[in-house]
Design a protein around this ligand. Structure first.
Ligand SMILES: Nc1ncnc2c1ncn2[C@@H]1O[C@H](COP(=O)(O)OP(=O)(O)OP(=O)(O)O)[C@@H](O)[C@H]1O
Length: 466
């Protein structure tokens, strides 16, 4: 055990909490209970002498590999597929969650954006489903079609036969049942040869369940991704409760909730047990509770007048010269729509296109596009090369574009949770220490809003002078 010398203000350690004798009332939390200290930061109001970020030290941590973690649980060909695409070393949430998941316990995966929660629950699913069984055995529910397309892609990649050696192996079938799809084809597929794994948006799933064309009696794993969003969006919450308590029972399934943000998580865990959304012994795997956002993110803000937002953004794009960036724009108000005004998105894209910025591709993604246009937009982004994605918050949850290095809040998000998820669209390379930038363009009246986000999410936002 090689403990390095803690700052003098650290008085002593009890279990996994550190107490200080500073009068600035802050305390230091380790990241997890195995005394593994990867990087901890001092939370709370800090006296200047103590602002130190204690650098990464692993105490007694022998790095395990994904293959070792999954041994005896996940079929070898699935692990080989994961290794082929670079998933060799587990991320923190995978290292902490997989042993709990393989034990069969219900689990709430609560870890930063881009930390690998998707792979964690997919590996669990592949350890449970039997490809030879013709029945839906695992169901993953997602809030948006875009996230559903992405999770389906990873699931199908893991399910594919990696080489001829496994050609006798029947690979798991994966169905995407997403809003905007023609459910007729899905109905015949479900009747003929039910897939082992289904990824669904709640709207499409509810339609199929209500029409009894979708049977859950063989379901062994139910995953609700972006769970806080699902419970908070009024359109979906009644269907979600029905799915959790009527269409299936907690005793017949392993339930997994995943999100990077679970506001008032103690209350949520209490509700999970009370409402019988999960079993009473559900495990809350909370990785890095003192840093809700990845430490590689560098937060900045620029103050400008209401009419200077476009020119300020243009200045930032020219000085940052990002190869791949996402610009988040607020949704158009109903009043503005009814007045027949052009959307802020289209005005901004028009401005950027006529400003000849050095960026190959300006791509638009917003709610009032139809599903095929939305899928085409994201497909354009994934084709490689640089991109400038201009989007509303539809791209804020779960969308995985690892090449993104810059996020611009052209309009501030409506709350801290949305700030966290927008910011989380960058910094998505788990083992890279590359810096990623989150820049907000605000008026002086909005400064207090951003300050509130800083307090809630415990981060510091640097003022940028152009
Ligand atoms: N073990 C791993 N090794 C290397 N890369 C990984 C590993 N696990 C996941 N990744 C990559 O990390 C990125 C983020 O993974 P993922 O989308 O699962 O994160 P997440 O926690 O679900 O994020 P969000 O909360 O934003 O949905 C993806 O590009 C994924 O390919």
């Amino acid at each position: 055990m090689h403990l390095f010398s803690w700052p003098s203000c650290i008085r002593h350690r009890r279990n996994t909490h550190f107490f200080t004798n500073c009068n600035c009332k802050h305390s230091l939390f380790t990241k997890s209970r195995e005394l593994t200290i990867k990087s901890v930061s001092i939370a709370g109001s800090l006296g200047s002498s103590c602002i130190t970020k204690i650098d990464a030290y692993a105490i007694e941590k022998t790095e395990s590999t994904l293959r070792e973690l999954c041994k005896g649980h996940v079929p070898d060909h699935v692990i080989s597929r994961a290794e082929e695409v670079g998933y060799v070393v587990p991320t923190d949430v995978q290292r902490e969650a997989l042993p709990v998941l393989f034990s069969g316990r219900d689990c709430v995966l609560h870890a930063q954006t881009g930390s690998g929660k998707t792979l964690a629950y997919l590996l669990l699913i592949f350890s449970v489903v039997n490809a030879k069984r013709s029945a839906v055995q695992a169901l993953i529910v997602v809030p948006t079609r875009e996230l559903g397309i992405q999770v389906t892609k990873v699931a199908r990649m893991l399910a594919a036969n990696s080489s001829e050696l496994e050609s006798d192996h029947k690979s798991c079938t994966v169905m995407a049942l997403l809003d905007g799809g023609t459910l007729r084809r899905h109905r015949s597929w479900l009747k003929a040869e039910p897939p082992a794994i289904v990824i669904a948006t709640l709207g499409s799933l509810s339609q199929m369940l209500d029409k009894l064309t979708f049977k859950l009696d063989a379901m062994r794993v139910l995953v609700i991704d972006e769970v806080d969003f699902m419970f908070n969006s009024s359109k979906q919450v009644s269907s979600l409760r029905k799915l959790l308590t009527t269409y299936s029972s907690i005793h017949m399934r392993q339930t997994i909730f995943a999100s990077a943000s679970i506001p008032q998580h103690r209350r949520f865990l209490y509700d999970c047990k009370q409402q019988k959304w999960t079993k009473a012994d559900v495990v809350h795997v909370h990785v890095n509770p003192v840093e809700p956002m990845p430490s590689c993110l560098y937060h900045r803000f620029v103050v400008c007048g209401k009419t200077e937002r476009h020119s300020t953004l243009l200045h930032l794009l020219r000085s940052d010269a990002p190869q791949s960036a996402i610009i988040f724009v607020g949704e158009q108000s109903e009043k503005s729509k009814n007045a027949g005004n052009p959307s802020p998105m289209s005005l901004l894209v028009e401005f950027l296109k006529t400003s000849h910025i050095e960026c190959s591709e300006i791509i638009l993604l917003e709610e009032n596009m139809n599903f095929n246009e939305r899928a085409a937009s994201l497909a354009d982004v994934k084709l490689g090369g640089g991109y400038l994605l201009v989007s509303t918050d539809i791209a804020a949850r779960g969308v995985d574009l690892p090449e993104t290095t810059h996020i611009y809040n052209f309009d501030l998000p409506k709350d801290a949770v949305n700030y966290l998820h927008r910011a989380g669209r960058t910094g998505r390379k788990p083992f890279s220490d590359g810096k990623c930038f989150v820049t907000s363009i605000i008026t002086s009246e909005e400064r207090f809003v951003l300050q509130r986000f800083e307090n809630e999410l415990m981060f510091h936002c640097e003022k940028l002078l152009l």
